[in-house]
Design a protein around this ligand. Sequence first.
Ligand SMILES: Cc1ncc(COP(=O)(O)O)c(C=O)c1O
Length: 376
Amino acid sequence: MKTDYLANPWIKSLSVYEPGKPIEEVARELGFDDIESIAKLASNENALGPSPKAVKAMVACAAQMHRYPDGGGYYLRQALARKLNTDMNSLVLGSGSNELIEMIAHVFLRKGLNLVMADRAFVVYRLVAAAEEASTIAVPMMKDGFTHDLGAMLKAITPRTRVVFIANPNNPTGTVVEPRAIDAFMDKVPDHVVTVFDEAYIELMAPDRQPDTLRYVREGRKVILLRTFSKAYGLAGLRIGYAVAAPVCADLLHRVRQPFNVNAMAQAAAIAALDDDAFVVRTRRMVRNGLAYFEKECRRAGLETVPSAANFFLVKVGQGREVFKALQLEKVIVRPMDGYGLPDYVRVTVGTASENAHCMKALLKVLGCPVRKGRP
Ligand SMILES: Cc1ncc(COP(=O)(O)O)c(C=O)c1O
């Protein structure tokens, strides 16, 4: 049955997002029957699992799942407004921050307009632009190849630009832009542009190092912040994130939002997770220790890594896609980076201490590095 000819003509040129491979798929393909022994370090998930308070809240509301959710997400927006010291009307909930990225594209982009992003920033930005027939101006990163060059991004803005995406910390590089660079950008960004700070990993940074971008929202600037419960709170499977923006901008996003876009269990879990500071502190500690472990072991093995502020890091391995495949045979799933113009690298998510050791041992084996006694 041929349906291609019925589709909008640009749809066939769109690329499909390549997600991290699910454990079950790898197990099926390679004939492993002990799923538990596979270390999935491919999707920047929280190795501690979900916030225990969130799990309790999910169980408590399970018997109410015959009801539609609160479409406006009143109680979660109220809890967020309290936590962030912001106006409830500044908050929009999404089915993951991915959905909010898509809503931003619906609202601000169309054929003939463009978005500006860093060339090695989160790929979903360019996918949503293409779905609206808008173009993407991908700006090379700093000389180091891994950090947003906000000066160059400012210069890349044209009269047809409507959105600039700044992922901070950035996926897949794990780098951050310093508050001074953000301020300099915000001083000069033209009035016809909405700046989106995608802060999916922000809670993983030490609180005193987190940039105060909320200030721009309070000042009524054309800024949207994107946050998620997928990372620090360990709720990736529930699909829940939020945007913070001036109420007039939040109102625009609500207009393209589906009526019940965030499910009831996700809302209940997120409210409980927000109250679980101890879990976020534990997550931060696990990530910091894991990154330190990988950095030390990679240095000992002569492997280059990119310093990261998030729960993953890039490591230079030569043929990234080949190493990705070989690691799967060792029951470790990482992410190849050729899609980001980094064919020599793989991205590794920090896992539990035993997953990290499993990964390091496998990496050294696959790369043919000598394994030292008492070490992985
Ligand atoms: C930079 C960045 N933004 C947004 C997302 C989307 O997260 P979610 O849709 O789970 O909230 C991710 C997911 O990995 C990410 O890395």
